[in-house]
Write a protein that binds this ligand. Structure first.
Ligand SMILES: [Zn+2]
Length: 1029
């Protein structure tokens, strides 16, 4: 399979060139794109029939089970048959159309086709008969996914389409028809990626009702206030889910009648079918602005027998068009529909917030999946960490070989699917996702190992492993007498970190690259953890703690650890902790004070520039019981529905204190299944709260959903902030929605929002701010002024009735699943030297892309041999400005590399400093490479920036410069008013998309300088060779 893949893209295209080489297409006329759309009529109601199949990349069955069509007793679904059958039917008649979406499936099928079939398919694509919409590896979720992985999996899917079909394979329409709510950041990314429009389905039922009655289902969605007009995206909400009109499902899985047009047949039904159809389309047309409507002729895994569909749709088109001269029925595609909306010259309403949370009825808020399967969500995030590291390492050592990256690139694409990372799949499918991810990570480990050995110039290849540090498990550090730890830093900055390695408590020496001994600490595991160790196979009794300082950007440092060597008790290098009955948790910046009565945190003191401020704050763990009454909506994998509004408290925690000069900790034991460690490390300006929850008890036959809650005296006006897909922050207001008067029957879950990376509250009057950074996606809310809560784990005994057909009752090792994770708390005043928001953004990035810790058994590698390696490596890139993030450095086609740089601050974050535009000299930045060309490309790297064009749209409404500022505020459009916060639509839409950036390909000038504005990402395909090779 791999060989075929390589042959495929080597033979087909000039690889740097994003356009197809036409000579490869045998006498095929490329009339794809808008040119290929069937004509519509200004005077008629144009009905766009869009044949489609919604093919989940795993849900009730695994990816392979869906592809091959096995496990029919679970679901009659086989993607290979769908594609076989659709292609046969499309070839029969040039009028027919089909849209395909998931590149993970399409590529799998494509690799199985012979040359003749491939030529046929290329012809269909070149003539616009087979269109790709979305086109990412999977149809990603929008609540739990991080933008880093959204960008990657879009790039990976579109790359396959571009390599295979060239320009005609480029999707113009976004097609997010099943994700359970929609992210504003996704709209931004889709707009800058070059999509002309986005079609979606699942918005809140009250929002849908209002939009339908006011003809506002189609709108211009501004994806980012920082990017402005270039982030505007035509967005349409579909009328009838993504299903065909009732009575017109011609699928083998349906039981509707076919069209029977033999006038002599007693079952002749043309008159009746045509009337029924017209009634439906007229009703739909009443809710939309233009004389174009779209009918989704498909559903989950439809078209396994496409003949049935096309035969009946052919007849439907024929009879409706013959008999009714006010309606024109055509085969169409998402992009042709969007083009017809564009051509209608309509003025559209606007939107600036997002579509969360999604309530499908008044008791069903799909906010449980923000947290469902917390360990899978964490594993996925670590997968991204690993993928970035190994893509970078490959770029630095052998960019022309991408083969080792393929499995993790694909696995991460699969993981973004809206039934993967969401936790809404069946248990056996979740195991399969973990299997796919693990295989990808192992392949990536090999890539990293090879690259690092090369850079270390080792005399003998050193084998490297990953430890399960989140489970305090590591067989090498637990069992070997000596081992090597190598820390690779995937960030574009130097980082320092404090690490914990599972240990059996023996005295160790740690030596760095110069052979110097390092300060370190040995700390015993908590009793709770020791008890769990009996279940998992691990000998660890202690943790080894030490500080890894100044790991170079895209570089590594290696350390040699000896468990049996010299005892260094005497030289004062090793230190042990002291245990106390009661103690404050503190370092030089921050102090966590505990209430002696409740045992809980009572305040946090923060010292900035010699001034100490005390912030009253309490924190505790609590749990909701999930609704489970029969006949009513249950809390389940998708839906969060607590039995009561108030969560249940635990008893006073039992506290144990441990302090050394590097870390100060309190271990809080709330119950046998809920514990946490609050800690401050030397030198850090934040508090770490490590929670461990599980096995959640179910002996009382009640499902439970565990939260952590922080309460302050902040006056927050019912508002709080959550990130959108890990990027821009969006304001939320309790019991309110920005675009309609909401009625909430679920006051808790209806106020939950996705938190991918960060949430916060602010007291504007006192300028105090609190940020919580997560290590995975979770659901969160602020149900009372000054409060924040995050849901960390959930175990439920009933299915919520939305299709998965299983209760979310995860277990591992024969008991309920134990989940462990960390929150990072940052508190302070917005006018302090490093404001909490700035610190939090930087911290979130460090936690997203942590140093990769590789461990090697050194029983056979004596220290004297190890010390001869290059155990410190760095310098392939120059330092980036503080507001620029190296988002991507990966091997691209034919030895080139793909580079993405991101300005990662919003305009309002730090207007006088970090939010400002910044210039980077690429040649200087890539000083470790010999560059022969640099070309700017669009976000998914499937077009050159200077060739990318999008459709322009007209909007009627004023758009605010800053949504967060105007939400819940009376705004004036008078520029002289103090309340002025609007920008009129003309201003907003006069500077459209074209000249966002210029193409840089000149080598005549010495300097290749690029400028990044707030939140801007720029992508470049660079032909370059690492100088050290
Ligand atoms: Zn789906």
């Amino acid at each position: 399979m791999k060989l075929l893949y390589v042959l495929l893209y080597v033979t087909l295209f000039g690889l740097i060139n994003a356009r197809p080489d036409r000579s490869n297409f045998k006498q095929q006329k490329a009339t794809c794109g808008y040119e290929s759309c069937h004509p519509t009529s200004n005077d008629l109601l144009n009905v766009h029939l869009v044949p489609h199949s919604h093919d989940d990349v795993g849900w009730l069955k695994t990816l392979d089970q869906y592809y091959y069509g096995s496990r029919t007793s679970t679901q009659r679904a086989g993607v290979q048959y769908i594609l076989d059958s659709v292609v046969d039917e499309l070839l029969k008649d040039p009028k027919r159309r089909f849209v395909y979406v998931e590149s993970a499936f399409f590529e799998k099928w494509w690799l199985e086709q012979d040359e003749e079939r491939r030529e046929d398919v290329k012809q269909l694509v070149n003539e616009g008969r087979l269109e790709f919409a979305g086109g990412a590896w999977s149809m990603n979720d929008e609540a739990s996914v991080h933008y880093h992985s959204i960008v990657d999996q879009l790039t990976w899917g579109l790359r396959f389409l571009n390599d295979t079909f060239g320009e005609c394979g480029r999707p113009r329409a976004g097609w997010q028809i099943d994700p359970f709510g929609h992210s504003r950041e996704l709209a931004n990314l889709w707009a800058v990626a070059g999509f002309d429009g986005l079609l979606l389905v699942r918005i809140d039922h009250q929002d849908k009702k209002r939009r339908t009655s006011e003809k506002e289902c189609e709108m211009i969605w501004r994806g980012s206030d920082d990017i402005g007009a270039p982030s505007d995206l035509l967005t349409g909400v579909l009328f009838n889910h993504y299903s065909p009109p009732p009575g017109f499902c011609f699928d083998v899985l349906c039981s509707d009648d076919p069209i029977i047009d033999d006038v002599n047949s007693p079952d002749y039904n043309v008159d009746q079918m045509v009337e029924k159809f017209l009634e439906f389309v007229k009703n739909q047309a009443d809710s939309y602005k233009t004389n174009n409507i779209i009918l989704t002729m498909g559903d989950d895994f439809y078209y396994q027998n496409a003949l049935m569909w096309y035969k009946n749709m052919d007849k439907l088109i024929k009879y409706v068009n013959e008999r009714h001269n006010e309606v024109k029925l055509i085969y169409s595609t998402p992009s042709c529909y969007i083009k017809s909306l564009h051509d209608s010259n309509t003025t559209w309403p606007t939107k600036q917030d997002d579509f969360f949370p999604y309530g499908s009825d008044s008791h069903s808020f799909w906010t449980g999946y923000f947290t469902s399967r917390p360990t899978l969500k964490y594993y996925e995030r670590r997968g991204n960490n690993m993928l970035q590291a190994c893509k970078q390492l490959q770029s630095m050592t052998n960019p022309s070989d991408e083969s080792g990256l393929r499995s993790l690139r694909s696995a991460m694409g699969v993981m973004q699917h809206h039934d993967a990372i969401t936790g809404t799949e069946k248990q056996h499918v979740a195991y399969d996702y973990a299997r796919i991810l693990e295989a990808g990570i192992q392949d990536c480990l090999k890539v990293s190992q090879n690259a690092i050995n090369k850079l270390m110039a080792t005399s003998e290849e050193i084998s490297m492993q990953l430890c399960k540090l989140n489970e305090t498990e590591c067989s090498i550090s637990e069992n070997s007498n000596s081992y090597i730890l190598t820390f690779y830093n995937p960030l574009g900055y130097e980082v320092s970190d404090i690490v914990r390695i599972p240990s059996i408590g023996k005295i160790a020496s740690i030596r760095n690259a110069t052979g110097a001994l390092l300060e370190h600490w040995i700390q015993p595991l908590t009793d709770d953890l020791k008890n769990r160790k009996k279940i998992i196979k691990s000998n660890a009794t202690h943790e080894l703690i030490f500080e890894v300082k100044n790991i170079p950007a895209l570089g590594f440092k290696s350390y040699y650890i000896d468990n049996k060597g010299l005892s260094n008790d005497d030289d004062g290098v090793q230190k042990t902790e002291q245990s106390y009955e009661s103690r404050d948790i503190e370092n030089e910046f921050i102090k966590v004070n505990l209430d002696s009565n409740t045992g809980l945190v009572s305040s946090i003191s923060f010292t900035d520039n010699g001034v100490t401020t005390d912030f009253p704050l309490s924190q505790e763990m609590l749990y909701y019981e999930g609704a489970d009454k029969s006949g009513e909506r249950a809390s389940g994998a998708y839906v969060f529905r607590p039995k009561t509004e108030d969560p249940i408290s635990f008893n006073r925690p039992v506290n144990r204190f441990l302090t050394s000069d590097i870390v100060s900790e309190v271990h809080q034991h709330f119950s046998n299944w809920t514990t946490q460690i609050i800690r401050t490390y030397r030198g850090q300006k934040h508090v770490e709260i490590e929670w461990t929850v599980g096995p959640i008890p179910i002996e009382d036959k009640t499902g439970k959903e565990v939260i952590t809650r922080f309460s302050t005296d902040f006056k927050t006006d019912s508002s709080f902030y959550t990130d959108s897909s890990g990027r821009q922050m969006l304001k939320r207001i309790l019991n309110k929605r920005p675009t309609w008067e909401v009625e909430l029957d679920e006051p808790v879950s209806g106020n939950y929002y996705p938190v991918v990376s960060m949430m916060s509250i602010k007291d504007n009057a006192s300028k105090r701010e609190l940020y919580l950074i997560t290590d995975r996606a979770q659901g969160g809310s602020s149900l009372k002024d000054g409060q924040l809560e995050l849901m960390v784990h959930r175990r439920l005994l009933k299915d919520d009735g939305f299709g998965v057909g299983e209760a979310l009752d995860e277990s591992e090792n024969g008991i309920g699943l134990v989940a462990r994770g960390t929150h990072y708390l940052v508190i302070g005043n917005s006018d302090q030297e490093t404001p909490p928001l700035i610190y939090s953004r930087q911290l979130a990035l460090k936690k997203l892309l942590q140093p990769i810790i590789l461990i090697s058994d050194a029983e056979k590698i004596p220290f004297s041999q190890w010390i001869n390696n290059n155990n410190v490596y760095g310098g392939i890139i120059a330092k980036l400005p503080d507001n620029v993030h190296l988002l991507t450095l990966e091997p691209w086609k034919e030895g080139s590399i793909l580079l993405r740089l991101e300005h990662y601050f919003q305009k309002t974050d730090d207007p006088n400093n970090l939010s400002k535009s910044v210039t980077v000299d690429l040649e200087e930045f890539l000083s470790g490479f010999t560059i022969s060309s640099i070309k700017e490309v669009t976000l998914p790297a499937n077009q050159f920036s200077n060739e990318a064009k999008r459709l322009n749209w007209k909007s009627s409404e004023i758009i605010a410069e800053n949504f967060n500022e105007i939400y819940n505020k009376q705004c004036s459009s008078n520029r002289n008013s103090v309340n002025y916060c609007m920008l009129d639509s003309k201003r907003a839409f006069t500077h459209m998309i074209r000249n966002q950036s210029s193409n840089i390909d000149s080598r005549n000038t010495k300097e290749i300088r690029i400028t990044l504005n707030a939140m801007e990402i720029k992508s470049f395909v660079i032909e370059a060779v690492p100088k050290h090779l």
